[in-house]
Design a protein around this ligand. Structure first.
Ligand code: NAD
Length: 260
């Protein structure tokens, strides 16, 4: 059986997910793009990928905070284009607040999107990967899967949990040609950080642009944001044959943040 390389990247309409999609498309990997944007917008994005890179690309709209929706989404993908053999669990959300003020509904939502969704896509994608004896599961965790920061109880819990789930998946699939790894980015300039930039600017009475630099300096010795394209390159490497023995790992790409 020839090896199918078709990647589902959750949350690939913006930020890191979109950059990952570009890097995989450049390498000729067919794409299933995903997000919350309306179908018509997603279809335009998929068409642009097809035109630019010559790969097959489709878009699915699904709110993955609900497990039933994920089941429907995975069935729809299988029926529409066939099985997914590269799964990039990237969709994520953030909310910051001290633990005693952390809204319970925000906790539930962050755990659902940042952790449980990855469990459901994984369990539904694994059978096809095992059937063809090759597959790649790449979970976008965070430095906050490895270390903590204040006001991020739910995010840190979800991202640490994702690393644990990834390790178990790796152990179970290591002899079946399927690897599972986490990538742990540091500050990356995407819409996810907008509220944190604003909060930093308010707290330090500084401009939005200075807040960006202030946040970087507060955590990482490398004096710039992580590039989304560089994260995409790391995903692409993990999809290569050279990475066949890399499994169960959590790879920081964080400008030295977690070296402290
Ligand atoms: P982003 O806001 O640009 O992208 C998040 C994506 O997730 C969007 O496409 C959004 O539509 C999707 N999404 C959110 N909720 C969803 C839901 N309920 N159903 C379906 N899709 C949903 O942010 P980003 O920074 O590109 O984040 C991508 C991943 O990278 C996240 O998991 C995030 O935690 C992680 N990360 C980001 C940083 C950073 O500094 N930006 C650092 C470490 C890890």
């Amino acid at each position: 059986m020839s090896r199918i390389k078709r990647a589902l990247i959750t949350g690939s309409t913006s930020g890191i997910g979109l950059a990952i999609a570009h890097q995989l498309a450049v390498a000729g990997i067919d794409l299933v793009l995903h997000g919350l944007e309306p179908q018509v917008e997603g279809d335009k994005l998929a068409e642009a990928f097809h035109k630019q890179h010559g790969v097959e690309a489709v878009y699915v709209q699904a709110d993955i905070s609900e497990s039933d929706t994920i089941v429907q989404m995975m069935a729809q993908i299988e029926a529409q284009v066939g099985p997914v053999t590269i799964l990039v669990n990237n969709a994520g959300i953030q909310h910051t607040a001290p633990v005693e003020q952390f809204p319970a509904e925000k906790w539930d939502q962050i755990l659902a999107v940042n952790l449980s969704a990855a469990f459901h896509t994984t369990r539904l994608a694994v059978p096809a990967m095992v059937a063809q004896g090759w597959g790649r599961i790449i979970n976008i965790s965070s430095v906050h899967g490895l270390v903590a920061s204040v006001h991020k109880a739910a995010y840190c819990a979800a991202k640490h949990g994702l690393i644990g789930m990834t390790k178990v998946t790796a152990l179970e699939l290591a002899a079946k040609g399927v690897t599972a790894n986490c990538i742990c980015p540091g500050w990356t300039d995407t819409p996810l950080l907008v509220e944190q930039f604003k909060a930093f600017a308010r707290e330090h009475n500084t401009s939005y642009e200075d807040a960006k630099q202030g946040l970087i300096k507060a955590k990482a010795p490398y004096p710039d944001f992580v590039s989304p394209a560089d994260i995409g390159q790391l995903v692409l490497f993990l999809c290569s044959d050279a990475a066949k023995a890399i499994t169960g790992t959590s790879m920081p790409i964080d400008g030295g943040w977690t070296a402290h």
